[in-house]
Design a protein around this ligand. Structure first.
Ligand code: A3P
Length: 331
Protein backbone atom coordinates (compact mmCIF):
# COMPACT_ATOMS: atom_id res chain seq x y z
CA UNK A 1 0.00 0.00 0.00
CA UNK A 2 1.38 3.42 -0.94
CA UNK A 3 0.99 6.38 1.40
CA UNK A 4 1.21 10.11 0.88
CA UNK A 5 1.31 13.04 3.23
CA UNK A 6 -1.96 14.86 3.79
CA UNK A 7 -2.37 18.30 5.30
CA UNK A 8 -5.85 18.96 6.74
CA UNK A 9 -7.34 22.42 6.29
CA UNK A 10 -7.58 23.03 10.03
CA UNK A 11 -6.18 21.52 13.22
CA UNK A 12 -7.88 21.10 16.63
CA UNK A 13 -5.96 24.00 18.13
CA UNK A 14 -8.77 24.70 20.59
CA UNK A 15 -8.40 21.22 22.09
CA UNK A 16 -4.65 20.70 22.24
CA UNK A 17 -1.84 23.11 22.49
CA UNK A 18 0.96 21.60 20.44
CA UNK A 19 3.08 22.49 17.48
CA UNK A 20 0.56 21.53 14.80
CA UNK A 21 2.91 22.72 12.05
CA UNK A 22 5.06 19.69 12.87
CA UNK A 23 2.15 17.22 12.85
CA UNK A 24 2.47 14.81 9.94
CA UNK A 25 -0.59 12.97 8.65
CA UNK A 26 -0.45 10.27 6.00
CA UNK A 27 -3.18 8.72 3.94
CA UNK A 28 -3.38 5.84 1.51
CA UNK A 29 -2.70 7.22 -1.98
CA UNK A 30 -5.90 8.31 -3.67
CA UNK A 31 -7.86 9.09 -0.51
CA UNK A 32 -7.26 12.87 -0.28
CA UNK A 33 -10.66 13.89 -1.59
CA UNK A 34 -12.36 11.50 0.76
CA UNK A 35 -10.45 12.97 3.69
CA UNK A 36 -11.56 16.46 2.67
CA UNK A 37 -15.14 15.19 2.59
CA UNK A 38 -14.77 13.81 6.12
CA UNK A 39 -13.10 16.96 7.33
CA UNK A 40 -16.11 18.99 6.17
CA UNK A 41 -18.85 16.56 7.19
CA UNK A 42 -21.70 17.51 9.49
CA UNK A 43 -21.49 16.27 13.03
CA UNK A 44 -24.58 15.89 15.19
CA UNK A 45 -24.73 17.12 18.75
CA UNK A 46 -25.55 13.69 20.16
CA UNK A 47 -23.08 11.64 18.07
CA UNK A 48 -20.99 9.00 19.79
CA UNK A 49 -17.61 8.43 18.14
CA UNK A 50 -15.41 5.40 18.69
CA UNK A 51 -11.86 6.15 17.60
CA UNK A 52 -9.01 3.64 17.69
CA UNK A 53 -6.00 2.40 15.83
CA UNK A 54 -6.81 -0.86 14.02
CA UNK A 55 -6.85 -4.09 16.04
CA UNK A 56 -7.04 -2.47 19.45
CA UNK A 57 -10.38 -3.96 20.51
CA UNK A 58 -12.59 -1.65 18.44
CA UNK A 59 -15.16 -4.34 17.65
CA UNK A 60 -15.39 -5.39 21.28
CA UNK A 61 -16.00 -1.81 22.42
CA UNK A 62 -18.29 -1.14 19.45
CA UNK A 63 -20.62 -4.01 20.34
CA UNK A 64 -20.59 -2.84 23.96
CA UNK A 65 -21.44 0.74 22.96
CA UNK A 66 -24.14 -0.27 20.51
CA UNK A 67 -25.89 -2.32 23.18
CA UNK A 68 -25.67 0.45 25.77
CA UNK A 69 -27.07 2.96 23.26
CA UNK A 70 -29.82 0.60 22.11
CA UNK A 71 -31.46 -0.42 25.38
CA UNK A 72 -29.49 -3.67 25.58
CA UNK A 73 -31.41 -5.10 22.64
CA UNK A 74 -29.52 -8.40 22.33
CA UNK A 75 -32.00 -9.83 19.81
CA UNK A 76 -31.47 -6.93 17.41
CA UNK A 77 -27.70 -7.22 17.89
CA UNK A 78 -27.78 -10.91 16.99
CA UNK A 79 -29.86 -10.21 13.89
CA UNK A 80 -27.71 -7.66 12.06
CA UNK A 81 -24.00 -7.34 11.35
CA UNK A 82 -22.28 -4.98 13.75
CA UNK A 83 -20.74 -2.98 10.91
CA UNK A 84 -24.22 -2.36 9.44
CA UNK A 85 -25.64 -1.27 12.80
CA UNK A 86 -22.72 1.04 13.44
CA UNK A 87 -20.64 1.85 10.37
CA UNK A 88 -16.92 2.24 9.97
CA UNK A 89 -16.64 5.77 8.54
CA UNK A 90 -13.86 4.98 6.06
CA UNK A 91 -15.23 1.66 4.79
CA UNK A 92 -17.62 2.61 1.99
CA UNK A 93 -14.95 4.67 0.25
CA UNK A 94 -12.34 1.91 0.66
CA UNK A 95 -14.67 -0.44 -1.23
CA UNK A 96 -16.58 1.76 -3.68
CA UNK A 97 -14.25 4.77 -4.10
CA UNK A 98 -17.29 6.93 -4.74
CA UNK A 99 -17.41 10.28 -2.96
CA UNK A 100 -21.16 10.60 -3.58
CA UNK A 101 -22.01 7.53 -1.51
CA UNK A 102 -19.05 7.44 0.87
CA UNK A 103 -20.80 9.01 3.86
CA UNK A 104 -24.23 7.52 3.22
CA UNK A 105 -23.99 4.67 5.79
CA UNK A 106 -23.32 7.25 8.50
CA UNK A 107 -25.89 9.74 7.20
CA UNK A 108 -28.58 7.04 7.19
CA UNK A 109 -28.15 6.31 10.90
CA UNK A 110 -30.78 7.43 13.38
CA UNK A 111 -29.63 9.45 16.34
CA UNK A 112 -27.72 8.99 18.50
CA UNK A 113 -25.32 7.81 15.83
CA UNK A 114 -22.48 5.48 16.81
CA UNK A 115 -19.62 6.00 14.36
CA UNK A 116 -16.34 4.08 14.25
CA UNK A 117 -13.21 5.58 12.76
CA UNK A 118 -9.49 4.87 12.68
CA UNK A 119 -8.66 8.42 11.63
CA UNK A 120 -6.38 10.47 13.88
CA UNK A 121 -7.74 13.51 15.70
CA UNK A 122 -6.69 16.11 13.07
CA UNK A 123 -8.34 14.17 10.23
CA UNK A 124 -11.69 13.75 11.97
CA UNK A 125 -14.48 16.21 11.03
CA UNK A 126 -13.51 19.75 11.96
CA UNK A 127 -17.00 20.24 13.43
CA UNK A 128 -16.19 17.62 16.00
CA UNK A 129 -13.66 19.71 17.81
CA UNK A 130 -15.56 22.93 17.38
CA UNK A 131 -18.65 21.30 18.92
CA UNK A 132 -16.94 19.43 21.73
CA UNK A 133 -18.01 20.84 25.07
CA UNK A 134 -15.45 22.78 27.01
CA UNK A 135 -17.04 22.39 30.41
CA UNK A 136 -18.55 19.52 32.36
CA UNK A 137 -21.91 21.27 32.85
CA UNK A 138 -22.78 21.40 29.17
CA UNK A 139 -22.23 17.67 28.63
CA UNK A 140 -25.82 16.49 28.36
CA UNK A 141 -26.73 15.50 24.81
CA UNK A 142 -23.38 16.55 23.48
CA UNK A 143 -20.89 14.62 21.45
CA UNK A 144 -18.98 11.87 23.25
CA UNK A 145 -15.86 10.10 22.11
CA UNK A 146 -14.43 6.77 23.23
CA UNK A 147 -10.80 5.89 22.56
CA UNK A 148 -9.31 2.39 23.02
CA UNK A 149 -5.56 1.85 23.19
CA UNK A 150 -3.73 -1.51 22.95
CA UNK A 151 -0.14 -2.60 23.35
CA UNK A 152 1.22 -2.01 19.82
CA UNK A 153 2.95 -5.42 19.76
CA UNK A 154 -0.35 -7.29 20.16
CA UNK A 155 -2.18 -4.89 17.84
CA UNK A 156 0.40 -5.23 15.05
CA UNK A 157 0.39 -9.03 15.26
CA UNK A 158 -3.40 -8.98 15.11
CA UNK A 159 -3.12 -6.73 12.03
CA UNK A 160 -0.79 -9.21 10.33
CA UNK A 161 -3.25 -12.09 10.65
CA UNK A 162 -6.25 -9.93 9.80
CA UNK A 163 -4.46 -8.85 6.60
CA UNK A 164 -3.83 -12.48 5.68
CA UNK A 165 -7.57 -13.16 6.08
CA UNK A 166 -8.06 -10.87 3.09
CA UNK A 167 -5.05 -11.99 1.08
CA UNK A 168 -2.61 -9.25 2.19
CA UNK A 169 0.80 -9.96 3.81
CA UNK A 170 0.80 -13.43 2.25
CA UNK A 171 4.37 -13.01 0.98
CA UNK A 172 5.72 -11.94 4.38
CA UNK A 173 6.57 -13.64 7.62
CA UNK A 174 5.30 -12.00 10.77
CA UNK A 175 8.80 -10.67 11.53
CA UNK A 176 9.13 -9.22 8.03
CA UNK A 177 5.75 -7.52 8.40
CA UNK A 178 6.73 -6.04 11.77
CA UNK A 179 10.14 -4.93 10.51
CA UNK A 180 8.50 -3.02 7.67
CA UNK A 181 6.07 -1.44 10.13
CA UNK A 182 8.65 -0.24 12.60
CA UNK A 183 10.78 1.20 9.82
CA UNK A 184 7.90 3.13 8.24
CA UNK A 185 7.25 6.84 8.81
CA UNK A 186 3.47 6.19 8.79
CA UNK A 187 3.65 3.86 11.81
CA UNK A 188 5.47 6.58 13.76
CA UNK A 189 2.37 8.74 13.36
CA UNK A 190 0.39 6.10 15.26
CA UNK A 191 2.06 7.45 18.39
CA UNK A 192 0.55 10.86 17.63
CA UNK A 193 -2.79 9.11 17.16
CA UNK A 194 -2.65 7.67 20.68
CA UNK A 195 -0.94 10.51 22.51
CA UNK A 196 -3.26 13.23 21.22
CA UNK A 197 -6.22 11.44 22.82
CA UNK A 198 -4.14 10.45 25.81
CA UNK A 199 -3.37 14.10 26.57
CA UNK A 200 -7.10 14.87 26.32
CA UNK A 201 -8.08 11.98 28.58
CA UNK A 202 -9.39 14.15 31.44
CA UNK A 203 -11.88 15.94 29.18
CA UNK A 204 -15.45 15.14 30.15
CA UNK A 205 -16.43 14.29 26.57
CA UNK A 206 -13.72 11.60 26.26
CA UNK A 207 -13.58 8.10 27.71
CA UNK A 208 -10.04 6.82 27.22
CA UNK A 209 -9.36 3.17 27.96
CA UNK A 210 -7.43 0.18 26.69
CA UNK A 211 -7.86 -3.39 25.47
CA UNK A 212 -5.85 -4.49 28.51
CA UNK A 213 -8.27 -2.77 30.87
CA UNK A 214 -11.23 -4.36 29.10
CA UNK A 215 -9.59 -7.75 29.63
CA UNK A 216 -8.79 -6.95 33.25
CA UNK A 217 -12.25 -5.81 34.32
CA UNK A 218 -14.95 -5.70 31.66
CA UNK A 219 -17.69 -5.12 34.24
CA UNK A 220 -15.97 -1.90 35.32
CA UNK A 221 -15.70 -0.72 31.72
CA UNK A 222 -19.41 -1.43 31.11
CA UNK A 223 -20.27 0.48 34.29
CA UNK A 224 -18.04 3.40 33.29
CA UNK A 225 -19.53 3.56 29.81
CA UNK A 226 -23.10 3.45 31.15
CA UNK A 227 -22.23 6.34 33.44
CA UNK A 228 -20.39 8.18 30.67
CA UNK A 229 -23.34 7.86 28.27
CA UNK A 230 -25.90 8.36 31.01
CA UNK A 231 -27.63 5.01 30.40
CA UNK A 232 -28.58 3.05 33.51
CA UNK A 233 -28.00 -0.71 33.52
CA UNK A 234 -29.77 -3.36 35.64
CA UNK A 235 -28.03 -6.36 37.23
CA UNK A 236 -29.73 -8.64 34.73
CA UNK A 237 -28.59 -6.51 31.78
CA UNK A 238 -25.04 -6.45 33.18
CA UNK A 239 -25.10 -10.25 33.46
CA UNK A 240 -26.24 -10.52 29.83
CA UNK A 241 -23.66 -7.97 28.69
CA UNK A 242 -20.74 -9.83 30.26
CA UNK A 243 -21.89 -13.08 28.67
CA UNK A 244 -22.58 -11.56 25.24
CA UNK A 245 -19.24 -9.69 25.21
CA UNK A 246 -17.16 -12.66 26.39
CA UNK A 247 -14.44 -13.82 24.03
CA UNK A 248 -16.13 -17.19 23.48
CA UNK A 249 -19.54 -15.69 22.63
CA UNK A 250 -18.12 -13.02 20.36
CA UNK A 251 -15.95 -15.55 18.55
CA UNK A 252 -19.01 -17.72 17.89
CA UNK A 253 -21.24 -14.78 16.94
CA UNK A 254 -21.54 -14.44 13.13
CA UNK A 255 -22.56 -10.79 13.53
CA UNK A 256 -19.42 -9.65 15.36
CA UNK A 257 -16.77 -11.22 13.12
CA UNK A 258 -16.89 -8.64 10.31
CA UNK A 259 -18.07 -11.21 7.78
CA UNK A 260 -20.05 -8.51 5.91
CA UNK A 261 -16.98 -6.30 5.51
CA UNK A 262 -14.39 -9.04 4.91
CA UNK A 263 -16.45 -10.55 2.08
CA UNK A 264 -16.52 -7.19 0.31
CA UNK A 265 -12.75 -6.75 0.62
CA UNK A 266 -12.14 -10.29 -0.64
CA UNK A 267 -14.47 -9.71 -3.59
CA UNK A 268 -12.80 -6.41 -4.46
CA UNK A 269 -9.22 -7.71 -4.46
CA UNK A 270 -9.80 -11.34 -5.40
CA UNK A 271 -6.62 -12.46 -3.63
CA UNK A 272 -6.01 -15.95 -2.28
CA UNK A 273 -6.38 -15.68 1.49
CA UNK A 274 -5.92 -17.61 4.69
CA UNK A 275 -8.81 -17.98 7.12
CA UNK A 276 -8.29 -16.46 10.57
CA UNK A 277 -11.46 -15.73 12.47
CA UNK A 278 -11.78 -12.02 13.21
CA UNK A 279 -12.22 -12.59 16.93
CA UNK A 280 -8.99 -14.56 16.93
CA UNK A 281 -7.07 -15.01 20.21
CA UNK A 282 -8.07 -11.99 22.25
CA UNK A 283 -5.02 -12.13 24.52
CA UNK A 284 -2.99 -9.59 26.43
CA UNK A 285 0.69 -10.24 25.79
CA UNK A 286 -0.02 -12.83 23.07
CA UNK A 287 3.08 -11.44 21.32
CA UNK A 288 5.23 -13.56 23.67
CA UNK A 289 3.94 -16.69 21.95
CA UNK A 290 4.73 -15.31 18.50
CA UNK A 291 8.03 -13.42 18.74
CA UNK A 292 11.54 -14.19 19.94
CA UNK A 293 12.81 -12.22 22.94
CA UNK A 294 15.33 -10.45 20.65
CA UNK A 295 12.57 -9.31 18.36
CA UNK A 296 10.40 -8.19 21.26
CA UNK A 297 13.30 -6.04 22.51
CA UNK A 298 13.61 -4.51 19.07
CA UNK A 299 9.94 -3.58 18.91
CA UNK A 300 10.05 -2.29 22.51
CA UNK A 301 13.03 -0.09 21.64
CA UNK A 302 11.00 1.36 18.75
CA UNK A 303 8.02 1.99 21.06
CA UNK A 304 10.18 3.61 23.74
CA UNK A 305 11.97 5.81 21.21
CA UNK A 306 8.66 7.09 19.92
CA UNK A 307 7.00 7.48 23.29
CA UNK A 308 9.96 9.36 24.76
CA UNK A 309 9.36 12.08 22.19
CA UNK A 310 6.23 13.07 24.07
CA UNK A 311 6.30 13.02 27.82
CA UNK A 312 7.99 10.68 30.22
CA UNK A 313 4.74 10.56 32.19
CA UNK A 314 3.37 8.37 29.43
CA UNK A 315 5.68 5.56 30.38
CA UNK A 316 3.94 5.57 33.72
CA UNK A 317 2.81 2.00 34.12
CA UNK A 318 4.60 -1.01 32.69
CA UNK A 319 2.17 -3.80 31.92
CA UNK A 320 3.26 -6.95 30.13
CA UNK A 321 6.32 -5.25 28.71
CA UNK A 322 4.43 -2.45 26.99
CA UNK A 323 3.61 1.10 28.00
CA UNK A 324 0.13 1.63 29.32
CA UNK A 325 -1.96 4.70 29.86
CA UNK A 326 -3.23 5.09 33.40
CA UNK A 327 -6.88 4.26 33.94
CA UNK A 328 -9.30 7.10 33.32
CA UNK A 329 -12.79 7.23 34.71
CA UNK A 330 -15.02 10.18 33.99
CA UNK A 331 -16.41 11.65 37.14
P1 A3P B 1 -6.39 -10.70 18.25
O1 A3P B 1 -6.20 -10.73 16.78
O2 A3P B 1 -5.14 -10.42 19.01
O3 A3P B 1 -7.07 -11.91 18.77
P2 A3P B 1 -10.36 -4.65 16.31
O4 A3P B 1 -11.79 -4.91 16.54
O5 A3P B 1 -9.89 -3.31 16.76
O6 A3P B 1 -9.97 -4.95 14.91
O7 A3P B 1 -9.55 -5.64 17.27
C1 A3P B 1 -9.52 -7.03 17.00
C2 A3P B 1 -8.88 -7.72 18.19
O8 A3P B 1 -9.80 -7.69 19.31
C3 A3P B 1 -8.57 -9.19 17.89
O9 A3P B 1 -7.36 -9.48 18.60
C4 A3P B 1 -9.78 -9.87 18.51
O10 A3P B 1 -9.58 -11.23 18.82
C5 A3P B 1 -9.98 -9.03 19.77
N1 A3P B 1 -11.32 -9.19 20.34
C6 A3P B 1 -12.52 -8.97 19.76
N2 A3P B 1 -13.52 -9.27 20.61
C7 A3P B 1 -12.95 -9.70 21.75
C8 A3P B 1 -13.45 -10.18 23.01
N3 A3P B 1 -14.76 -10.29 23.24
N4 A3P B 1 -12.57 -10.54 23.96
C9 A3P B 1 -11.24 -10.42 23.73
N5 A3P B 1 -10.69 -9.99 22.57
C10 A3P B 1 -11.55 -9.64 21.59
Amino acid sequence: MEFEQFLPKTFPKNLLDKDWKERKCYCVKGRREFLCLVHNMLVKNDDVWLVTLPKCGTTWMQELLWLVLNNFDFDAAKNEHLEVRTPFLEFDYIINEDLKTALRPVEMLTSPRLIKSHLPLPLLPAQLWSKLPKCKHCLLRLIKLIYVYRDPKDALISQYYFGRSMGFNMDKTLEQFLTEKIESREAECDFDHVTEFYFLRSQAWLYYTSFERMKMNLRQIVEDICQFLDRPISDEQMHQMLKHLSFEEMKANTKTNHIWEIEQVRAKHGLPYEDHSFVRKGKVGGFKEELSSEFISRVDAWINKNVSKYNSALVEVEVQGGWQPPRTVQT
